[in-house]
Write a protein that binds this ligand. Structure first.
Ligand code: BO1
Ligand code: ZN
Length: 222
């Protein structure tokens, strides 16, 4: 539902260059830690401090899509989640069980067959260093803002939950309207690079869509 009073999100310090980020294979996904200097300010002025971002993808060489959100019933090839916690609670650990404790900025991906997205090159080539769960590596040349679509002003928002256990119902979701493009080769690499605790390739790490349960999804665009 269109809500014209929703303001654009402020993504503060997402543009900082020359920061180093730790990237980990946690056995479920690839997660990249973010510094507390980065934060998200929502339409009502609440500040959510960044914690980490990770990806959800499908498998079998791009034929199966792996996003968690669907738009008009359509699943996207991949999805990234930039996880934040409410500054009021001080730490992620404190915030994670509290009312209005978390905000996740979600970005969907689409394939443009031969168009490599060079902003993702370092992340994707570093995957070979974290094949096994528990392995970490350092990203030295990534600017987080560049991983998002050009337009970050238009979004959907609704109150929901974490998509993995404990599925806590205290997440304000922000799903960007515009998608990020990766080449087919980039998606195939992500889908086939990292292994779980059973030495299986991590694939199809997405939750099925859930009943709406009378939640209202708002958008700040028509
Ligand atoms: S998601 O964005 O709904 N898919 C989601 C699911 C699980 C978590 C976060 C977001 N879990 C938490 C872990 C913390 C970790 C944090 C950030 O993710 O419980 O230990 O610090 O990666
Ligand atoms: Zn997620």
């Amino acid at each position: 539902m269109f809500n014209p009073s929703l303001k654009p999100l402020s993504l503060v310090n997402y543009e900082k260059e020359n920061l180093e980020f730790t990237m980990t294979n946690n056995g479920h996904t690839v997660s990249i830690d973010l510094p507390p200097s980065m934060y998200l300010e929502t339409s009502d002025g609440t500040e959510f401090i960044s914690k980490a971002f990770h990806f959800h993808w499908g498998g079998r060489d791009w034929e199966l899509s792996g996003s968690e959100h669907t738009i008009d019933g359509i699943r996207s090839i991949m999805e990234a989640h930039f996880v934040h916690f409410n500054k009021e609670y001080g730490t992620y650990e404190n915030a994670k069980d509290q009312k209005n404790g978390l905000a996740v900025l979600a970005v969907l991906f689409k394939i443009d067959e031969y168009a490599e997205n060079t902003y993702y090159s370092d992340i994707i080539s570093a995957l070979k260093d974290i094949e096994k769960p528990g392995e970490t590596t350092t990203l030295k040349d990534t600017t987080i803002r560049d991983l998002l679509p050009k337009d970050v002003h238009h979004y959907y928002t609704y109150p929901g939950s974490l998509t993995t256990p404990p599925c806590t119902e205290n997440v304000q979701w922000f799903v960007l309207r515009d998608r990020v493009t990766l080449s087919k080769a980039q998606v195939v690499t992500i889908e086939n690079s990292v292994m779980d605790h059973n030495n299986n390739t991590i694939q199809n790490g997405y939750r099925s869509t859930q009943p709406n349960n009378h939640r209202v999804v708002e958008a700040n665009f028509l």
